[in-house]
Write a protein of this length. Structure first.
Length: 629
């Protein structure tokens, strides 16, 4: 097990055995307090033994609650602070912790195991449990290394991913290995075994302040707190910078609080040769101009640009499968994330700030504001905003209102998905046309019965946008972002941190009125007011979505010969062919369009989403059995 953890705990490893318990710990120095840290940590006069992975972002608050003395307690490793929390609050400690963490506690006296994972699952934890033993570890590779567990893909998980079903938080990609879901704890002894939720977002919670400006000031304060807490690093901190509001807000906030670090290295993926104006009316593939504008405003920003046209679509997948406790959703986007972390590591960066998922938190577009105004009888505000909306009244009616009202009677639309639903008819699910799953495999996995509203492609039009936002914030796709970042850290020595997934920030953003995100026809009104004067006006006001993958057709067309070769290898593999619709895969590549199809068309979704997704699954199936490409 120690060898399997070496990549994510690269500084030193220790092991510990006492009675029925054996512990293995691999240490990575990610914060100043971790430099002299030694685990496992003992407490309760030897009664408790703890392993802790991750970071506590509310240290000062915990130190005050525990009555510890400053400044000596500022030097405490996070693991020791977590043990003090356990000694004070026992299993209720999770109600007091903020950060990215996974922890295991063994109670020697009561012979009881306790484990917990952070609110959004940004640090992984998985387990294999039988009547005779429990193996629990940060990665499935460590669980498998304990022996006695057959190494096989979990068929139902593969099927779920292929139809965009992210409802199952506990199923891992390996058969007989379960994830401990985000915001859950595990308790086990000789007689009992239980997995229980310790926290959830409260959709009915509301925060009401006295004025619009008070919301802005509160948002600034909570963003500052979330970012500064994640600057506690043992080495150089960098940031992703796309030129949009989310990463820009994180980057310039970090720059103001860096302390002794000279400047902030930032990393931007760009579609080489693209001006950013020739891809799509709603998307741009090269945000270099926006990044240069921000760097011009802040000389401390040190921008690095990563052209991705020469990065193969499936570049480095086998290496990532060796270190990631999950399968990347897309071979294409995963290769781009790998390229960014590789570049950051080469520049000496050890911590990379990430703006995910700002579009669900501070820069939410307030799709539900119109329904909120109607439900509260604010008809004047409703009519005023209808006239001012960027998309126009007719598009507003079909895009927003049907989902915003409690009992909708209007048609619903969200991008191209609603058009696909209408084309499919009432008795077919979207996955049946847009997934590259083998139809026989889908029937065997009972996808038709299980998918329903679990798939992103089958969003129920009766949902409110508030509920849809809640679902996206708690879907297992978010924990897989965290798990992917752990794999990239193992490969390149760069830890990703997510200020906009600070649980305090997320709870606050979900509780304030939708109208704070939309006013005078401006979506993302809160973020724009927060960053007014702090970002160039062009960055604040541009309406196009910055997305390097907007250039997907040009990128994948250059790689077409390689794609064809690899798809043929996948198609000839019996185990892959059982899972994927290999004939459809072949047809897509053989009839590759000369120009990019309409972004709203089913073909566009198949080529830029379903195809790289199927390649990722196919590579994984072969990787597990040792048949690398």
């Amino acid at each position: 097990m120690a060898r399997s953890l070496r990549a994510i705990g690269r500084d030193h490893q220790t092991d510990f055995a006492r009675g029925p318990v054996g512990l293995v710990y691999a240490h990575a120095v990610r914060t100043p307090q971790a430099r002299g840290e030694r685990q496992p940590v003992e407490g309760g006069d030897g009664r408790f033994i703890m392993l802790f992975d991750g970071r506590l972002d509310n240290r000062r608050d915990l130190i005050q609650r525990l009555g510890l003395e400053l400044p000596a307690s500022d030097r405490l490793p996070d693991s020791q602070l977590a043990m003090y929390c356990w000694e004070r609050w026992r299993t209720r400690l999770t109600a007091h912790l903020v950060g990215d963490f996974a922890l295991i506690v063994w109670d020697e006296r009561d012979q009881r195991l306790f484990a917990a994972r952070d609110h959004f699952g940004l640090r992984p934890l998985c387990y294999h449990a039988t009547r005779d033993r429990i193996v629990i570890a940060s990665t499935p590779f460590a669980v498998l290394a304990a022996g006695g567990i057959e190494r096989r893909p979990d068929a139902r998980k593969l099927a779920d991913v292929l139809v965009e079903n992210y409802k199952d938080h506990s199923r891992s990609f390996y058969e007989n290995i379960r994830r401990l879901p985000p915001a859950h704890c595990l308790v086990a002894d000789r007689c009992t075994f239980a997995v229980e939720r310790y926290w959830s977002l409260e959709p009915q919670r509301r925060i009401r302040l006295g004025s619009d400006q008070e919301y802005v000031e509160a948002a600034k304060e909570i963003l500052n707190s979330a970012v500064t807490a994640r600057l506690r690093a043992n080495g150089t901190v960098g940031a992703q910078l796309s030129g949009g509001l989310d990463t820009s807000a994180v980057a310039v906030t970090a720059l103001r609080h860096l302390g002794s670090q000279a400047g902030l290295p930032t990393f931007t993926l760009v579609a080489e040769g693209s001006t950013g104006d020739d891809l799509s009316p709603s998307m741009m593939g090269n945000e270099a101009a926006s990044v240069h504008a921000i760097a011009g405003m802040y000389p401390g920003i040190q921008p690095y640009f990563i052209p991705y046209e020469r990065i193969p679509t499936d570049h480095g997948l086998d290496d990532r499968f060796t270190h990631m406790p999950m399968v990347p959703r897309s071979a294409l986007t995963s290769s781009l994330a790998d390229a960014m972390h590789r570049e950051a590591g080469a520049r000496g960066v050890e911590v990379l700030l990430d703006g995910t998922p700002g579009n669900l938190t501070l820069s939410w577009s307030a799709h539900g504001a119109f329904g909120e105004w109607l439900c509260r009888g604010q008809f004047g505000q409703f009519l005023r905003e209808v006239r001012l909306t960027e998309c126009g009244p007719l598009a507003l009616a079909t895009r927003y209102l049907g989902s915003a009202l409690p009992s909708p009677s209007l048609p619903w639309s969200h991008g191209g998905v609603a058009r696909w639903r209408r084309a499919l008819g009432p008795n077919r699910s979207a996955w049946q046309q847009f997934s590259l799953i083998n139809p026989d495999f889908a029937r065997k996995m009972e996808i038709a019965a299980r998918a329903g509203r679990s798939s992103w492609l089958d969003i129920d039009p009766r949902w409110s946008f508030r509920r849809a936002r809640l679902e996206m914030l708690t879907a297992s796709a978010l924990q897989e972002i965290g798990e992917a970042s752990v794999g990239l850290e193992a490969l390149h020595g760069v830890e990703s941190r997510f200020p906009l997934l600070d649980v305090r920030l997320v709870e606050w953003c979900l509780a304030i009125p939708e109208a704070q995100y939309l006013r005078n026809g401006q979506k993302r009104w809160l973020a724009k007011r927060m960053m007014a004067g702090a970002l160039p006006e062009a960055v604040l006001q541009h309406r196009r979505l910055g997305l390097p993958v907007a250039d997907w057709h040009r990128h994948m067309s250059r790689d077409l010969a390689r794609l064809h070769e690899h798809i043929e290898i996948l198609a000839r593999d019996h185990d892959v062919a059982l899972v994927l619709d290999v004939q459809q895969l072949r047809r897509l590549v053989e009839h590759w369009p000369v120009t990019a199809p309409d972004a709203r068309s089913p073909l566009s979704f198949l080529l830029q989403v379903s195809l790289p997704q199927a390649m990722s699954i196919g590579h994984f199936v072969r990787h597990v059995k040792g048949a690398n490409l």
